[in-house]
Design a protein around this ligand. Structure first.
Ligand SMILES: Nc1ncnc2c1ncn2[C@@H]1O[C@H](COP(=O)(O)OP(=O)(O)OP(=O)(O)O)[C@@H](O)[C@H]1O
Length: 268
């Protein structure tokens, strides 16, 4: 696994600076800045519509920012093409799972292995010299991840036939297969039962501690966020309203106000 390297100038692996995103008249992100440091678990929280998914989509180049800059390990993300995101070391999962549902678990993880090494994929496709070596390395990596995520008993099963919680672990394996330095997790707890949730907290910590992957997650489940995060960034209406340790952010007056406002809205 690649080790996370810091940006020598700033001590951060990811640096988001003054990002602005507009959708027509909606200011989805209003000059948002924050850093993710190598080796940390950082959570992005905020009520519905706060801008969390928009920010994730900017980080994975699915959305264009109107202004601002995003630097990952020395790469300026806004000038990169989308397919290079995996190549430079950013992996992600999606709220709605980005899996090939008619393929097996192993085939999905192998697809992830090839997404970082585009040249290797082409070499394989055209059976160029070195293809067998690349394929063997991908298979070994897929095996390791299948074991790591306790998916061995499902490896040859078609993804569509598996329970949702298991599919979520397959998606994690797919995202890790590209050997990322930074893993973006989009609502990893969504749809999981109580038991699966407890396992998820341990798993995210293991991803950071054993695989040495830095983690940035968007999550609504405050129990999970507060128990695993080193740092929390809170957004509301597209603006950063707080940043700090879980304890600091939980007690922050603007965070309390934002969530109370949301609770009141839901109650009426
Ligand atoms: N593709 C889009 N087109 C138009 N408006 C959008 C688009 N994506 C997001 N928005 C708007 O931008 C704002 C931020 O939305 P976003 O989905 O980023 O919030 P969020 O914090 O992820 O919310 P949730 O927790 O509900 O997923 C919202 O007002 C939303 O309606």
């Amino acid at each position: 696994m690649a080790n996370a390297q810091s940006d020598p100038g700033s001590g951060s692996l990811l640096k988001v600076e003054n990002i602005i995103v507009r959708f027509g008249g909606i200011l989805a992100l209003n000059s948002v800045s924050f850093d993710v440091r190598p080796g940390e678990i950082c959570a992005l929280i905020g009520p519905n519509g706060a801008g969390k998914s928009t920010l994730f989509n900017c980080l994975s180049r699915l959305y264009e920012c109107d202004s601002g800059s995003i630097t990952f390990n020395g790469h300026k993300l806004r000038s990169l093409r989308r397919h290079r995101i995996a190549e430079i070391g950013i992996g992600r999962t999606f709220q709605n799972l980005a899996l090939f549902r008619s393929m097996t678990v192993r085939e999905n993880v192998l697809m992830g292995c090839h997404s970082r090494h585009h040249a290797g994929f082409l070499r394989n496709a055209f059976r160029l010299p070195g293809a067998a070596r690349i394929e063997a390395a991908a298979r070994a990596r897929a095996d390791d991840l299948i074991d790591f995520l306790q998916l061995a008993e499902y490896a040859e099963r078609v993804v569509a036939d598996l329970p949702f919680g298991t599919q979520k672990r397959v998606e994690l394996a797919r995202a890790l297969a590209s050997d990322p330095q930074l893993l973006l997790l989009d609502e990893p707890a969504c749809g999981l039962n109580h038991e699966e949730l407890e396992g998820l907290g341990v798993l995210i910590r293991d991803i950071r501690d054993r695989l040495k992957v830095t983690v940035l997650l968007v999550e609504h489940h405050m129990g999970l966020v507060m128990s695993i995060s080193d740092r929390v960034v809170a957004l509301n209406f597209g603006k950063k309203i707080a940043e700090g340790t879980p304890a600091e952010v939980r007690m922050h007056p603007e965070v309390i106000r934002a969530y109370l406002g949301e609770a009141e809205e839901k109650a009426t």
